[in-house]
Design a protein around this ligand. Structure first.
Ligand code: DAT
Ligand code: MG
Length: 149
């Protein structure tokens, strides 16, 4: 089963959007298997956003993601990376479609509320950065047959 890392970024926490964002993902039918609130330190921020090191927005991004607590989660489903990216919307909320988290809740690329891994490979890397294996729960949902055939 595929897993993905989702972060409600500091702006989402500060704006009281944690419930709204979790709710949208829950309603999709995907399965929550890990969740915690945490403050990201410089080292974790650099590792998580390593692919963007050297870009003009990198320092601002690291400062932002370490500025205040965030909520980290792991969601599970077949093709969950693609499903979550669709529900999040495009990186820049200005261009994100209405009906998506970013398209409904944001206006600025540097305050786009949510992170979701961009491929199954990055998901594996990011899940391991944020969570220990023991923090990820394995459980059955009775309604699974009503969500996927
Ligand atoms: P995504 O978060 O959709 O995967 P990304 O990986 O390209 O987008 O970039 C990571 C974050 O960096 C993004 O959520 C917001 C910020 N960012 C990206 N491009 C930016 C830009 N041109 N100016 C300012 N911030 C940017
Ligand atoms: Mg990305």
């Amino acid at each position: 089963m595929e897993r993905t890392l989702v972060l409600v970024k500091p702006d989402g926490v500060q704006r009281g959007m944690v419930g709204e964002i979790i709710s949208r993902l829950e309603r999709r039918g995907i399965k929550l298997v890990a969740l915690k609130m945490m403050l990201v330190d410089q080292a974790l921020a650099h590792r998580h956003y390593g692919e963007h090191e050297g870009k003009p927005f990198f320092q601002g991004l690291v400062d932002f993601i370490t500025s205040s607590p965030l909520v980290a989660m792991i969601w599970e489903a077949d093709d969950v990376v693609e499903i979550v990216r669709g529900t999040m919307g495009q990186t820049n909320p200005k261009n994100a479609a209405p009906g998506t988290i970013r398209g409904d809740l944001g206006v600025n690329i540097g305050r786009n509320l949510v992170h979701g891994s961009d491929s199954p490979e990055s998901a594996q890397r990011e899940v391991a950065l944020f969570f220990k294996e023991g923090e990820i729960l394995d459980y059955n949902r009775n309604n699974d047959p009503w969500i996927t055939e």
